[in-house]
Design a binder for this molecule. Structure first.
Ligand code: SF4
Length: 210
């Protein structure tokens, strides 16, 4: 039985799943690789430009057993699983990441970093949000920092989180999808002056895959 308090699943053998699908990772360091995406329900961050607002209420989504999720993912040949949301760290990811590892998956997460880390994660993509700041513990372990640029002032905000990240962390600037026409040229100029950053584009949206 699953006990739910404030959208946090206590029994982590089941998790609220909005959707899951096999596709190509469209963003960041692992862009272009085949990946099985598991989008968990539940988010308490509240970005006004969020394109997955249906994910916010965990209770709208069916609770699915983690072994079933891993079995379904393993029907495809790729062995990279991306846990996303919503805000996936609202849930304890221990059981899910264990089930995925048992099937030979690398476990990746895309998170705002605003809730404590859990589970055994092979790759942490931190995408900080202004509406609920990331925890220092997530900044420190992030493998990649992906900052969405909505307006000019976001470059200074990106640098703030780059300073909190570890030396190993890869740094990406990504235009907000609806503002890409205006922001991409500014990002290109910024990266030319600050080459520690790399451009990330949401390639899956250009090639029309989920
Ligand atoms: Fe949407 Fe992600 Fe922001 Fe949550 S953290 S509101 S899912 S963009």
């Amino acid at each position: 039985m699953t006990v739910v308090t404030k959208n946090i699943s206590i029994d982590t053998a089941t998790l609220p799943v909005m959707e899951r699908f096999y596709t190509i990772q469209g963003e960041g360091f692992h862009q272009g690789k085949a990946a099985y995406f598991i989008r968990l329900g539940g988010c308490d961050v509240g970005c006004h430009w969020c394109d997955v607002k249906d994910s916010w209420d965990a209770e709208k989504h069916p609770y699915i057993n983690v072994d079933q999720l891993a079995d379904e993912a393993a029907q495809y040949p790729g062995r990279l699983a991306v846990i996303t949301g919503g805000e996936p760290l609202m849930h304890n990811l221990g059981a899910l990441t264990k089930a995925l590892h048992k099937k030979g998956f690398q476990t990746h997460i895309e998170t705002s970093g605003s809730s404590p880390l859990s589970g055994s994660l092979d790759w942490v993509t931190l995408s900080p949000k202004k509406f609920k700041a990331p925890l220092p513990e997530v900044c420190k372990v992030a493998n990649e920092l992906k900052v969405v640029i909505f307006n000019k002032s976001d470059f200074a905000w990106a640098e703030k989180y780059a300073a909190l990240a570890g030396k190993h962390c890869k740094l990406y600037l990504q235009p907000e999808w609806g503002r890409a026409a205006e922001m991409t040229p500014l990002i290109i100029d910024y990266i030319k002056d600050n080459p520690q950053w790399t451009l990330s584009l949401q390639v899956h949206k250009y090639i029309n895959v989920p």
